[in-house]
Design a protein around this ligand. Structure first.
Ligand SMILES: [Zn+2]
Length: 316
């Protein structure tokens, strides 16, 4: 039987947020079985934000999670690293409003998690086995998940730009494949979009240090880490967004030109189809108190509006 994992010891990393441009720091700590990945924000209430499909509050250009108006931005690369390494349970304290961009890939988070080490918990892991196809999107951009014996992603990125063109990649996403083939693929963006994005509060921290910047004809960074780094990063993002399901997915995702918004449509459709308990919880933010209760142990009462101030968490 496959058992759930958390990390062995507390670790931290800091940097600047890709979109906010503000300094931020994350501290990762072990968490009990069945708590999932939970973010703790730095607002006065120390709001707990479980990584779940129903806490996604924005999916334009990055995945933002929120509870009661408190947000944590750009969680997807950290989520991808945790999922790929099989870390089911984790407390992520965030100082600042965004996960640090680091080098724009998931590799720094992989290194951080390996530095923390893995710890086995006495609770079974519950893989999410896809038993029938689920599809979202339209003819130009779509995502489909099909039954399969393992977790695979086959992705086509088709962009009318000389630096990108059509890139196709397919991986069976084991930990080793993720670490060796996907984790280092960086975020990318188009130079022509930078002005508009910054006006909209996005990409303020973006630079050649953490983003592959695509100019009119070519990449401005000099060299790429992989010839098809763009499609590999799309797969990395997809893995991070699927991790919001909180269980290892057993299925084959076939994708074309998707993005975070479409990823979340697929995540919601999978949850709707295969996780009845998520369906019944989704309606109320109050339901978010459940993972908090688990983190705290046998605490009773409700945490309406006050999912913060939970002394039990500090002891984790
Ligand atoms: Zn990304």
């Amino acid at each position: 039987m496959d058992l759930q994992l958390t990390i062995r010891k507390r670790v931290a990393a800091e940097g600047i947020g890709l979109h906010s441009g503000q300094p931020s720091k994350i501290t990762l700590s072990p968490a009990p079985a069945d708590s999932g990945i939970v973010f703790r924000a730095s607002d006065p209430h120390r709001t707990l934000i479980p990584a779940r499909p129903e806490t996604v509050v924005d999916s334009r250009f990055a995945t933002t999670l929120g509870v009661n108006g408190t947000r944590v931005r750009t969680v997807e690369h950290l989520m991808a690293a945790a999922a790929a390494l099989g870390i089911d349970n984790l407390l992520v304290e965030v100082e600042g409003e965004e996960i640090p961009a680091m080098d724009g890939s998931a590799e720094p988070f992989v290194s951080l998690l390996y530095a923390a080490g893995k710890a086995t918990l006495v609770a079974p892991r519950r893989p999410l086995v896809i038993t029938r196809p689920v599809r979202v999107g339209d003819d130009a951009r779509w995502l489909q998940i099909l039954p399969s014996d393992d977790f695979r992603v086959s992705y086509t990125l088709d962009v009318d730009h000389p630096a990108l063109g059509t890139q196709t990649a397919s991986f069976t996403c084991t930990e080793q494949v993720f670490v060796e083939q996907l984790a280092s693929a960086r975020t990318y963006g188009f130079l022509k979009d930078v002005g508009t994005m910054r006006k909209n509060g996005l990409a303020k921290g973006g630079s050649l240090e953490n983003t592959v910047v695509v100019g009119r004809r070519a990449v401005l960074n000099g060299s790429l880490r992989y010839g098809d780094e763009f499609v590999r990063h799309k797969i990395l993002d997809l893995i991070g967004d699927l991790a919001l399901l909180g269980r290892p997915v057993v299925g084959h995702v076939v994708a074309r030109n998707a993005g975070h918004a479409l990823n979340h449509q697929l995540v919601s459709a999978i949850a709707e189809a295969f996780i009845p308990e998520l369906r019944s919880n989704r309606a109320t933010v109050r339901a978010l108190a459940h993972p908090v209760d688990r983190l705290e142990g046998a605490r009773t009462g409700t945490h309406a509006g006050g999912v913060g101030a939970l002394p039990g968490i500090a002891a984790l």
